[in-house]
Design a protein around this ligand. Structure first.
Ligand SMILES: CC(C)(COP(=O)(O)OP(=O)(O)OC[C@H]1O[C@@H](n2cnc3c(N)ncnc32)[C@H](O)[C@@H]1OP(=O)(O)O)[C@@H](O)C(=O)NCCC(=O)NCCS
Length: 186
């Protein structure tokens, strides 16, 4: 598995992963970006139906890449982020999950969301993808001067908890049902 930039070449596997999250009752982990309009930002509301069309999927990829730029327009409540896709296979590279790094912590991210979020499609789990992806993004954190990085998970999310602890997460506390860990990146 490799971490790669979002790209339209993964259209088919991205859609099938999205459908897999829904079928597994985990639609929230496959949720598409939906941000309200504000000032210069026109708002985005990507849907499964819209991104089934190649032009709609291109718009999603463009949005994800654009949001890495601190100067890109966005609502005030959102911070710049880098989303990377977990891609598996050499001959027919397929999307198996995503991981995103929020460049800054606002109030909500400090309490709840943390710097890093990830999800692996159900059929590709327990093969080490989340652990590998997290290690990769922790290197990115280090390069950006983020040390330590905050990673959180629901109190009952054993898989994510083990992923975080395996990456060296140091537990700080639990707030609003989220376990909060700081992971040294240096
Ligand atoms: C959490 C998640 C990303 C883990 O992905 P994954 O690729 O299966 O994880 P890995 O294979 O790298 O496993 C990481 C650790 O978790 C453990 N683990 C994975 N799934 C587990 C499960 N269902 N129950 C218990 N432990 C589990 C693994 O054994 C491993 O621990 P170890 O190193 O001590 O053996 C995946 O389950 C997922 O996408 N869940 C839904 C989205 C989500 O919860 N995102 C995190 C939000 S904070």
């Amino acid at each position: 598995m490799e971490l790669r930039d979002p790209h339209v070449r993964h259209h088919r596997s991205y859609l099938s992963a999205l459908d897999e999250f829904v079928a597994a009752g985990e639609a929230h982990y496959g949720r598409l970006p939906s941000l309200p309009p504000e000032d210069d930002f026109p708002g985005v509301d990507f849907t499964r139906e819209a991104i089934a069309d190649p032009a709609g999927f291109q718009a999603l990829v463009d949005f994800l890449l654009e949001q890495r730029d601190p100067a890109a327009a966005r609502p005030r409540a959102y911070v710049p982020f880098t989303e990377l896709w977990m891609i598996e296979g050499d001959d027919d590279p397929e999307y198996v999950g995503r991981i995103s790094l929020r460049h800054d912590l606002n109030e909500l991210l400090l309490t709840w969301g943390g710097h890093i979020g990830y999800a692996v499609r159900p059929s590709a789990r327990r093969r080490g993808h989340a652990s590998t992806a997290l290690r990769g993004v922790l290197r990115l954190c280090r390069d950006r001067g983020i040390d330590p990085a905050l990673v959180t998970c629901d109190v009952d999310n054993l898989a994510s908890r083990r992923t975080i602890e395996g990456a060296g997460g140091v537990y700080e506390d639990t707030r609003d049902g989220k376990l909060r860990y700081w992971i040294p990146t240096g």
